[in-house]
Design a protein around this ligand. Structure first.
Ligand SMILES: O=C(O)CCC(=O)C(=O)O
Ligand SMILES: [Fe+2]
Length: 234
């Protein structure tokens, strides 16, 4: 097998050079057949795996991350394959991803700007299925770059066009400092604020209509509990 750092070196061509360190956008990371297969598996999961939130629904695989440690649960083979494939790129400092969030956004749905936080290794990797989206980035509240006033609009800095079948990798400043979110809209009109326009074969002024997008957010949770602690027992 190739050494992970050599692979990460090869991935350098996919770095979005106008963005802060570091974001990789890797087009066609999976084939159309893999995309169909993964969608089939997502929708074949038991209904009870879904949690409905406002503006999206999700499946959590691998356990619930917790400051005291995640009680690890087995990740099904159809996801484990991709955890291993992505980890073999060297994305998690030699560790293997052990947590997957499946998010489903219907047309017009999104996710509020947020940070992924300290329970994860500071790398987030995302495989997109079914539709493109625009991932928007924001400076944190209280940083001096935006405003005043510190409205969401003033804190907005740029977007990335995330295509179906692509792999997105965020690390360092892109993970640790900026917030990310997805506007709940039906159409995206691309502007020069989309930093990976040309690399994704798009142009400012293009209008893209969203469909249902399913994303696989694949991460590594460093703190894992080996055994279940039985709390509150007398
Ligand atoms: O759907 C996406 O690409 C983003 C998901 C996300 O930000 C999260 O689950 O924390
Ligand atoms: Fe996130």
């Amino acid at each position: 097998m190739e050494h992970p750092t050599c692979i990460l070196e090869k991935l350098k061509q996919f770095v979005v050079s106008d963005a802060p360190p570091t974001v990789y956008c890797i087009p066609d990371f999976i084939s159309e057949d893999e995309e169909s297969y993964l969608l089939q598996q997502v929708y074949r999961s038991p209904k009870t795996k879904w949690t409905q939130l406002s503006g999206r629904r999700l499946q959590n695989w691998g356990g619930l991350p917790h400051p005291k440690g995640m009680l690890a649960e087995k990740i099904p083979d159809w996801l484990q394959t991709y955890c291993e494939k992505i980890s073999s790129l060297g994305t998690f400092s030699g560790k293997t991803a052990n947590h997957v969030l499946v998010n489903e956004y219907k047309q017009g749905e999104g996710i509020m700007p947020h940070e992924d936080g300290p329970l994860y290794h500071p790398t987030v990797t995302t495989i997109s299925l079914g539709s493109h989206t625009l991932l928007d980035f924001y400076t944190p509240v209280g940083s001096l770059e935006a405003g005043p006033p510190q409205t969401e609009e003033n804190r907005y800095v740029f977007s990335l066009l995330v295509k179906p079948r692509s792999l997105l990798i965020l690390q360092e400043e892109m993970y640790q400092r900026l917030l990310h979110g997805i506007q709940g809209c039906v159409q995206d009109t691309l502007t020069d604020k989309v930093l990976n326009l040309s690399a994704s074969g798009a142009q400012a002024g293009d209008t893209l209509t969203r469909g249902t997008r399913v994303s696989l957010t694949i991460r590594h949770v460093p703190k894992v509990m080996k055994t279940k602690l039985i709390l509150g027992r007398k």
